[in-house]
Ligand binder design. Sequence first.
Ligand code: CUA
Length: 419
Amino acid sequence: MKPSAETTPAITKMACCEWVMKKTNSHNQNCSSLHNKEEVGARDEQNPITFANETKDGPNASSLVCPSMRLRRHKMLRTLLLFAFALTCVVFAGHVEPVLGNTDGVTSIFRPLSQPAQEIKELSVLVLAICGSIFAVVAGLLVYAIVRFRHRAGDELSEPPQVYGSNQIELAWTILPLLIVFVLILVTSRTIANIQNRKPPPTAVQATVIGHQWWWEIRYPELGIVTANELHVPASDGRGSRPTFLKLQSADVAHSFWVPLLSGKTDLIPNRENLMWIEPTKPGTYPGNCAEYCGTQHARMLIRVVVHPPDEFERWAREQQQPASVEPSAAPGRKVFFANSCVNCHTIGGTSAQGKFGPDLTHLMSRETLAAGAAPNTTDNLRLWVGDPQKIKVGCLMPNMQLTDEEVDQVVAYLETLK
Ligand code: CUA
């Protein structure tokens, strides 16, 4: 017997057991056993009559569920959905807090401390708000439709009203998204133009950043400085604007320069020069990393931007312009260094070491880290690095020079004079 719209009101008024008995023609079953089985007959293969009726019913089989059971299942489903929603909120809040909040040391795109990162953030908040509103409306309507028009007993023979060719609805869902997309295109284009059209003022610092596997070469052509993995720039303060303009190049594969607190990502592409600029206002050290997969040690291709107050930047530049110091006590290490092929890859200012393949070591000890941020620049790490670079950075292109322990100590003592 199939339920219909006409029979449903009668069923809801009927006592549960009585309803079930009638529905299944199964007088030899009692209600409690049915409740245990949740669905009458659907799994009752021992009763040939019930099972046959059930399978004949096909898609209407669910109509054989007792109304009180259905209510209980809906309540359970609702509780489960609420629980899942609450859990999602908690997890999401846990992730968003450090991103949006003030947790120091987090390289958050939501806490920019320089142009153009601030302008990019303002744009992204606007885009996020528009997209978030669209999501809320669409998801809200979807949830409303799912709950309001869910399947009910007696729905089988009726169909919801079918709407075709409504001009109002079709115009609304064509024009509204077009307007939204147009607004997004305009605000995005304005931000891109503002950032790309900025001309360097005469006070600007010019630097070239060259990506290598897996470190950053940094050159200041106007200042005559070459360094690695640490970009030093002046802060713009009340005394004037002093942005740093960067030319981005690559010596091998594609890399990407990304310091989230200062700017968006820009790729470094072989045989091409990309441009970007930053204008931080707050002195400090800003960590960043290569944001384009570039091989084994892509994850350990970290960059640090050190922002100095203007006077301090001048002092740093003067120190970097000096040739390497020569200390008599470091003579044994210097001898080992120049007797090996270290000189083919590294430059030490004022000496015959003029290699270009690896980082310039003239002022190695002024840098905070070794191997592009793979380890802090300490004596122990330096010894480990010179002894066997693969122990710190597997796959890096600096070979193990097979030095004895004594030679390693001597070279480290020499490198530590390169302040
Ligand atoms: Cu360089 Cu990834």
